[in-house]
Design a protein around this ligand. Structure first.
Ligand code: HEM
Length: 373
């Protein structure tokens, strides 16, 4: 009897291992002769982009009636927009002196901190957290028509996406909008279960955090760097935080904690880049694959200082709503790379335009001079 049970346990373990491997794996085929910094455009990508855009537009139209204020489709809950100083470091190694990081200088920045879930929910619920950085007064031509003085960096508090293929991402959006994202992971065929994606979604959606100013963020997707290379971005608090989630958290405690922090002291992040050093193990086209920090460590290239301030005023919150962040608000030197980023190019523009038209609000391209207190 005991032997039979052990046998059964071994079979079950093997089965789960196979399912895990079958469900994981890169969802995007990377050519064995892939080159550093090289993009590989999928065959039906234009159709996938159109499908994604239509899905999100339909979702926005059905969620917000004429009398409602439309929030962002993703990351609708803002904890606030804060002013910051984005200081390019002096004395960088030659390889890191590139694009906006070529010489030490400081940019005035706006940073919007947010929760990711499509419907705003209490902060104590596990969620994706966003840090959207917008540098102002950035010289030179830009990749998009709607902003010509800014450079945005969009980061979330997780290093990878649950899926890396634009078509699979659209499927996931579709099911999430129908309120059943889990059916993406499971099918009748257990060998097609996408347990890798499931474990990432669980990892992302169960993270509870004490403060937006004390956690690390990643770009997950890559961006152009020197010599036709590529990097991913990450922002890490300058000092490790010892804060814990409050015992009895209010629905908006993340905003309250940020208000209390910035009443008394500055906040600070190191902004870092991680160069792609292996085109297959660190793919451009699959942001579901984490780029190993053993293969290529993140290197600080700038310091973000968020000075003491009172950001929580109604006019500043409205300004925050009127802003549009996009990874494509960028100089060519830092062009977004990979399929997920290519999808984002027209989608962010269309959704932001729809949001502003719906709300009868003018889009704002900030100068950095805005003050609200
Ligand atoms: C195909 C993939 C993606 C699509 C279709 C998508 C779509 C969107 C949309 C429509 C918005 C709201 C835009 C607006 O109304 O102004 C948004 C916001 C945002 N997205 Fe994505 N997204 C994608 C991937 C990502 C990835 C990979 C990240 C990782 C960093 C990310 C991070 C964010 C953040 C932080 C915001 C909030 C920006 C803000 O504060 O205004 N998204 N996304």
């Amino acid at each position: 009897m005991r032997k039979a049970l052990i046998g059964l346990a071994i079979v079950l373990a093997l089965y789960l291992l196979i399912v895990l491997i079958a469900g994981r794996g890169p969802h995007v085929d990377i050519p064995a002769d892939a080159r550093i910094g090289q993009e590989y455009v999928g065959e039906n990508e234009a159709a996938v982009i159109e499908r994604t855009q239509n899905l999100i537009l339909d979702q926005m139209r059905s969620r917000y009636g004429d009398d409602d204020t439309a929030l962002r489709d993703a990351h609708p809950k803002a904890h606030g927009c804060v002013q910051a100083d984005f200081q390019i470091l002096d004395g960088l190694d030659e390889h890191y002196r590139y694009g906006l990081f070529a010489a030490p200088r400081s940019y005035h920045a706006w940073i919007r901190f947010s929760n990711g879930s499509l419907v705003p929910q209490p902060d104590a619920k596990g969620d994706v957290r966003g840090m959207a950085i917008k540098l102002t007064g950035v010289p030179g031509p830009k990749l998009m028509p709607d902003e010509n003085q800014t450079q945005d960096f969009l980061l979330i508090n997780h290093p990878v996406l649950p899926v890396g293929d634009p078509g699979e991402y659209a499927d996931l959006f579709d099911l999430a909008f129908q309120g059943r994202p889990m059916s993406y992971m499971f099918s009748l065929n257990p060998f097609a279960w996408k347990l890798g994606a499931l474990s990432e979604i669980i990892a992302i959606r169960t993270k509870k955090i004490p403060s937006m100013l004390g956690i690390r963020y990643w770009s997950t997707t890559p961006y152009r760097w020197a010599n036709n290379g590529a990097v991913k971005y990450s922002a890490r608090p300058c000092e490790a935080s010892t804060a814990t989630v409050p015992d009895d958290p209010t629905d908006n405690y993340l905003r309250e904690v940020m208000i209390a922090h910035l009443e008394g002291r500055d906040a600070c992040f190191e902004f870092m880049v991680q160069p792609q050093t292996d085109a297959v193990a660190m793919p451009i086209e699959d942001p579901a694959v984490e780029w190993s920090e053993q293969l290529s460590p993140f290197v600080p290239v700038a310091r973000i200082v968020i000075p003491v301030q009172n950001f929580a005023t109604a006019p500043q919150d409205q300004f925050c709503e009127d802003l549009s962040f996009s990874p494509w608000h960028s100089v060519a030197a830092h062009q977004p790379l990979g399929g997920i980023n290519r999808v984002r190019k027209s989608v962010y523009l269309a959704i932001s335009a729809h949001r502003h038209q719906h709300n009868l609000r003018e889009p704002i391209e900030p100068t950095g001079e805005e003050r609200f207190d």
